[in-house]
Design a protein around this ligand. Structure first.
Ligand code: THU
Length: 130
């Protein structure tokens, strides 16, 4: 299955009764396996989680820590970019050249790299020898 199909399919499972905005995310990991996630909202609004975070959690739970490609999809007038927190979460597991495809259910697509999405990312180098 393609990343796009995986993201499109998992989006249907999103729990988004408060925003009404379902998001699906699919990651390809170094092994080639695909991991998916959807947004999971909560009546205590700040406790909701993004689709990207769910996909990352699934990847790590399966024992993988490197992502090579990302696809995010939503029913939006324009491609939805990952939120700031998710950009940092994605950068934890992917190099700057990783392609992130942002799609709409209507078929519009935009591709950016992780480095473009999070320029000047805080990373291990900033921590020095520790
Ligand atoms: N959301 C995601 O899951 N991923 C994104 O990239 C953007 C926003 C979710 C969070 C919330 O459940 C809903 O979309 C509206 O912000």
């Amino acid at each position: 299955m393609s990343l796009k199909d995986a993201a499109t399919r998992v989006r249907e499972n999103a729990h988004a009764p408060y925003s009404g905005f379902k998001v699906g995310a699919a990651l390809r990991a170094a092994s080639g396996a695909i991991y998916v996630g959807c947004n999971v909202e909560n009546i205590a609004y700040p406790e909701g989680t993004c689709a990207e975070a769910g996909a990352i959690a699934a990847m790590v739970a399966a024992g993988e820590t490197e992502l090579t490609e990302v696809h995010v999809i939503a029913d939006s007038p324009m491609p939805v970019t990952p939120c700031g927190g998710c950009r940092q979460k994605l950068a934890e597991f992917g190099v700057g050249t990783v392609r992130v495809t942002m799609g709409t259910t209507a078929g519009q697509e935009q591709v950016m790299t992780l480095a473009e999405l999070l320029p000047g990312a805080f990373g291990a180098a900033h921590m020095g020898d520790r």
